[in-house]
Design a protein around this ligand. Structure first.
Ligand code: MSP
Length: 663
């Protein structure tokens, strides 16, 4: 099993199964995949881990709201993640699920070690908990909102096991100082350091209020806090504590790639757990920024979701990879938008790499019978281009080493542009048929083909599918993925090789049509994990029942149409007026597995304070929209009464559970 090669172990966060995969999750996983491919091309034995985080309150509630047992629910959604990564052709080596038995053993073992080392005690916790982020909140004022997501927290009071995180304040600070590369980028490192300097409080690591978790051995009414459980996945996956050889080979991880919102868990709690257990710390935690869509972080709760599949089916997987890694500076926040995606696709892929490959191959085909021509003496302009291409190799590798994908790609594309310009200036097609002209034409096309070979190899980690095609087109044998970038040099292209078959790379697309296709597929795919498809967006902030006279003329619909509307019992948590909008109230409504912000046109008939705690019927699968600039994510159902259409909120005479579905 042991390979001669040095190992490189890279991980993504394990994703919560309460949400189906969207482009935010895909972003991290694609970036990890590009790094994994790059490291493989640098001669490493790469282990790329991803997986799903399946315990905790949020997941337990989501399962309940879907009328499914937790295990059926997590099996189904976890498979969606695994299938998506397969569909996208990602080279995931291991996929871990926290519901696996081996993982329960690893968690129990790790915390037993930590307990044996004296860092665990039993105590009581009273405070606020954010179910959505699965974390305790420092602010203990009842009803405080979560600083991370803005949702109203829940009060918890319970017996917990505590981890003595406070003991690790100094050791962590020392570690950060001695390992400046441990947390990246720099801004995140500073943020973590100032958080730890602010003082660390002990951490509650078990819960007694839920069952859906890994039991605490010997005290089974406790289950592990979901983050203690989740973080451990990184060692379970490499054999801890049973497969000692494997663990010794792959641990510590070379990098944990995470989104910036979970940096604290990875750069504070996780290293503290490891220190307490006497295990090595991962070499690097790299936190990238957020993918924004419609100016906000893409997330299920905001409803501003784009998924990968529609893009992939219209433009191909490489187009998505290229866009995400070229357009967004890795580490910073960056926006996704469909116009920019298509623009990049057409300019950089169709007109850039695709065009260079097809025109070079076509000319070689026409003038040299499809064989790479001989190269004669290089002219200064040939040498100039050669120098640009050769110099780019080391620079691109340097950027990849620092995960600077956008800069690496920018540089590669500047070489493509230089090759295009070279062809335009040299005009091999306007040379004559004399031997000298044919020889010169051969040299120009050899130079161009060689540039193409170099840029193809360099962009392989980001564009695995299309570069493999160009590689074959250039008559190169062997798998491009196994090419060692350390051996890549300008000038290695052998004349006389027969070109491979030409396969379409990036056919140009018409912008409006491509956007419409992506949008239409996205709308179709946005039905909830189990259950109905979303209803068409409605424009009224409250669903007013049509007056009796009008309803007689209403068109009849089948049950399947009604089933498209998802309605749930919600409970109003906060209500306030909106300045400048005298009909609207801004509400936060608990709908079971999440708290939504909803605007309702009831301000003239309901006092905000009297609404708090009231249970209402909520349409939960409407596309979110903004009313008077305020985000509204759902609709409160009300009757419309009398000639002025006075809203009367629909309610329930019996006590109903929040989140229950109305059918
Ligand atoms: N289950 C925890 C992680 C446990 S790791 C031991 C969790 N899961 S999550 O499903 O919420 O996934 C969060 C991660 O998904 C982010 O850290 C990031 O990697 C990725 N992203 C989800 N939405 C994203 C964006 N809008 N933008 C960028 N990345 C995003 O937290």
């Amino acid at each position: 099993m042991a390979s001669e090669k040095p190992k490189y172990y890279i991980t993504t966060p394990i994703y919560y199964v309460n949400a189906r995969p969207h482009l935010g999750h895909t972003y991290t996983t694609i970036a990890a995949d590009a790094i994994a491919r790059y490291k493989q091309m640098r001669g490493f034995d790469v282990l790329f881990l991803t997986g799903t985080d399946e315990h905790g309150q949020k997941v337990e509630r989501s399962a309940k709201n879907n009328n499914e047992s937790p295990i059926d629910f997590v099996d189904r959604v976890s498979a969606e993640y695994r299938d998506l990564w397969k569909e996208l052709g990602l080279r995931v080596d291991r996929f871990i699920r926290t519901t696996e038995t081996r993982h329960a053993h690893a968690v129990q073992h790790l915390f037993r070690e930590i307990q044996n080392n004296g860092y665990v005690y039993k105590g009581h916790y009273e405070g606020n908990y954010c179910v959505s982020d699965e974390m305790y909140i420092d602010d203990s004022t009842p009803g405080a909102t979560c600083p991370e997501c803005g949702r109203v927290t829940e009060r918890v009071k319970e017996e917990n096991y505590f981890f003595q995180l406070s003991k690790f304040e100094k050791p962590l600070l020392n570690y950060y100082e001695q390992h400046p590369e441990f947390i990246q980028p720099e801004a995140r490192r500073n943020e973590v350091i100032s958080f730890v300097r602010g003082g660390l409080r002990d951490l509650s690591i078990s819960r007694t209020t839920l069952k859906w978790g890994i039991p605490w051995q010997g005290d089974e009414k406790h289950v592990f806090y979901v983050w203690s459980d989740a973080l451990t996945n990184y060692i379970t996956a490499v054999g801890y504590p049973i497969r000692k050889d494997e663990f010794a080979r792959y641990w510590p991880a070379d990098v944990h790639l995470v989104g910036k919102e979970i940096i604290r868990f990875h750069a504070v709690y996780w290293p503290a757990f490891l220190m307490a257990a006497g295990l090595d710390l991962p070499k690097k935690i790299f936190a990238h920024g957020h993918l924004l869509f419609q100016d906000e972080k893409m997330s299920k709760s905001r409803g501003n979701i784009q998924s990968a599949q529609p893009i992939v089916s219209v433009l191909g997987v490489d187009a998505l990879r290229y866009f995400l890694l070229r357009e967004i500076v890795f580490g910073a926040d960056g926006g996704f938008n469909r116009e920019a995606l298509i623009a990049r696709y057409n300019s950089d892929l169709a007109n850039g790499l695709g065009n260079l490959a097809s025109r070079t191959a076509a000319m070689i085909d026409r003038s040299f019978g499809g064989k790479i021509p001989k190269v004669s003496e290089l002219q200064p302009q040939d040498q100039e281009l050669a120098k640009v291409a050769q110099a780019s190799i080391a620079q691109v590798l340097e950027h990849y080493d620092k995960f600077e994908f956008s800069r690496a790609l920018e540089l590669i594309w500047s070489v493509i542009a230089a090759a295009d310009k070279y062809l335009t200036t040299e005009q091999p097609w306007s040379l004559g048929t004399s031997d000298a002209d044919q020889q010169r034409r051969g040299t120009i096309l050899w130079v161009t083909a060689e540039v193409l070979r170099v840029v193809t190899a360099l962009s392989h980690p980001v564009l695995p599918e299309s570069t493999a095609k160009v590689w074959k087109l250039l008559g190169q044998t062997g798998n491009l993925a196994s090419l060692e970038l350390d051996n890549l040099r300008w000038g290695q292209l052998s004349p006389g090789i027969k070109l491979g078959e030409f396969q379409a790379l990036f056919p140009r697309v018409e912008k409006t049509e491509a956007i419409e296709r992506i949008e239409a597929m996205e709308n179709r795919s946005q039905k909830p994990a189990a259950g109905p498809a979303p209803a068409a967006p409605a424009s009224a902030p409250i669903a007013a029942a049509a007056p009796a006279a009008a309803s007689a003329a209403t068109e009849k619909i089948g049950i399947e149409d009604f089933a498209k509307v998802e309605m749930r019992v919600g409970q109003i948590q906060t209500a306030e007026r909106i300045a400048g909008a005298d009909k609207l109230l801004k509400l936060t409504v608990d709908i079971g597995n999440e708290v939504r912000q909803i605007c309702a046109g009831i301000a003239q008939f309901y006092e905000p304070e009297k609404l708090i705690g009231r249970k209402v019927a909520v349409v939960t699968n409407l596309a979110p929209r903004k009313l008077r600039g305020v985000e509204s994510n759902g609709m409160i159902v009300a009757a419309s009464v009398g000639p002025e259409g006075r809203p009367v909120l629909a309610g329930f005479l019996e006590d109903v559970e929040v989140g229950a579905r109305l059918k």
